[in-house]
Design a protein around this ligand. Structure first.
Ligand code: UGA
Length: 448
């Protein structure tokens, strides 16, 4: 069993630390935020993530998991240091590496033994080489440091499950022994391992996330066409997904992708393409289509009221960018709410976990504590995040509460047939019951 330090206690760092301690390693997680370290040391997670709290408490109690603000305290014992700090999007779309570079300098200045540094953060191709160079230039002790790339593939809301049941672990190393050590660190997980050089490992992460984003934008555009032609996108996705070469996952049409990963990583990959003079027009198109998708949904809402939203009571069900998380980064709900408020609608919102949107206060936005509260007196209900609690509501009983029984299902999760039978007027995305009016684009122009 190894002694491990993890720099950064965001989603990736915290889950990595907790899982490594759960499989027997001794882990110290470092964060500069003292309040966060204190909260975590008491076994309380600052993020909502199923199963995380229980594992956090257990491994702290069993003395395998520690938290500190002091790098030296963690590095004195650690043979392996993970870097799991944020790589936020810069104005030009590129990934901002300021936290990565700072972590590399902290390691160079404070490490006292031969160490393997593992970059878990999502970073542009060549960043692991940069980390190696910074450490070599600034190293103060006479020790050997090897940098290994080990990108993360967990999904928020399924982070613990994904780490124990990953499809693969990618290890990119220039030094074979360092790669072997990191591989052995994970051997209790029994997950297939892919060994590559560092640059390929970095590229696997970006190429995977962008591919999934392309898949979503593709099905969203197919959905828009289905609606025009009277096809049902869920059936189309099922039919496509049975082809093993395609697969059904990430073919759920809706409001478009959000979160802290796909929007940022597609932008960073597009930037890398530009920087290197390589066309990534497919990725560019996916980004563009994603921006359009929430706009198309808003137009649908507006059409129901002939463009006059003044004083209309709109119920928003779901705020988080997807279910089972409290993460609001790039959540489609933000854009939708902002547009509705700009057009003078009154907005009532409900999310099982998000009870307030930070930095977003407006007199016409009303937070509620249940689906029923939220939809009471509503002129229209927008289903924005497909939380089980929302989807599985008692729609038969709920029909008495809104002013008008109109549901616009932005996630295609409610049964149009069942809800129509209950008296609801419901529309999904790409699910027109019959062909709707055509908007003809000249051949060769796909609207991009
Ligand atoms: C994503 C990847 O799935 C992870 O493998 C990766 O590790 C992570 O990014 C990351 O880079 O850290 P995450 O952003 O947590 O994970 O969430 P996803 O479950 O992938 O969903 C992303 C977005 O796509 C959500 O807004 C979701 O609503 C949307 N989506 C997903 C669809 O619109 N349709 C689908 O069929 C699937």
């Amino acid at each position: 069993m190894e002694n491990v330090a993890v720099i950064g206690t965001g989603y990736v760092g915290l889950v990595t630390g907790v899982v490594l301690s759960e499989i027997g390693h001794t882990v110290t997680c470092i964060d500069i935020d003292e309040n966060k370290v204190n909260t975590l040391s008491q076994g309380n997670s600052p993020i909502y993530e199923p199963d995380l709290d229980a594992l956090l408490e257990k491994n702290i109690a069993e003395n395998r998991l520690h938290f500190t603000t002091n790098h030296s305290e963690a590095f004195d014992q650690a043979e392996i240091i993970f870097i799991a700090v944020g790589t936020p999007q810069s104005e030009n779309g590129s990934a901002n590496l300021v936290h990565i570079e700072q972590a590399a300098r902290d390691i160079a200045h404070k490490v006292v033994r031969d160490t393997i540094v593992v970059v878990k953060s999502t970073v542009p191709v060549g960043t692991n080489d940069l980390v190696q160079a910074i450490i070599e230039q600034e190293l103060r002790a006479s020790v050997n440091v090897q940098v290994v790339s080990n990108p993360e593939f967990l999904r928020e809301g399924h982070a613990i499950y994904d780490t124990f049941h990953a499809d693969r672990i990618v290890i990119g190393a220039e030094n074979e022994r360092a790669g072997d050590t990191i591989q052995s660190l994970f051997e209790n997980l029994e997950v297939p391992v892919v060994r590559t050089n560092r640059r390929s490992a970095e590229m696997i992460k970006y190429a995977s996330n962008a591919f999934l984003a392309v898949k979503i934008s593709y099905i969203n555009q197919i959905a828009n066409l289905c609606e025009m032609l009277g096809a049902e996108v869920n059936d189309v996705a099922d039919g496509m997904g049975l082809d093993h070469r395609i697969g059904r996952s990430f073919l759920n049409a809706g409001l478009g992708y959000g979160g802290s990963c796909f929007p940022k990583d597609t932008a960073a990959l597009a930037y890398l393409g530009c920087e290197n003079g390589i066309s990534l027009s497919i990725v560019d198109a996916a980004i563009h289509a994603n921006h359009q998708q929430s706009q198309i949904f808003l137009e649908r809402v507006l059409n129901h009221f002939n463009g006059d939203m003044i004083g209309k009571k709109i119920a928003i069900l779901g705020l988080a960018f997807k279910p089972d998380t409290d993460d609001m980064r790039e959540a489609p709900s933000l854009k939708i709410i902002k547009n509705l408020l700009d057009s003078k609608a009154q907005v009532k919102v409900y999310d099982p976990v998000v009870h307030e949107i930070n930095d977003f206060s407006h007199p016409s936005i009303e937070y509620t504590n249940s689906v029923q509260d939220c939809i009471t007196n509503a002129d229209a209900i927008l289903l924005v995040t497909e939380w089980d609690e929302i989807v599985n509501s008692d729609w038969k009983q709920l029909i008495d509460y809104p002013k008008s029984p109109l549901i616009l299902d932005g996630r295609n999760v409610l049964s149009i047939k069942e809800l129509t039978n209950l008296g609801w007027q419901i529309e999904g995305i790409g699910q027109a019951a019959k062909p709707v009016q055509k908007k003809v684009l000249p051949i060769g122009q796909n609207g991009i």
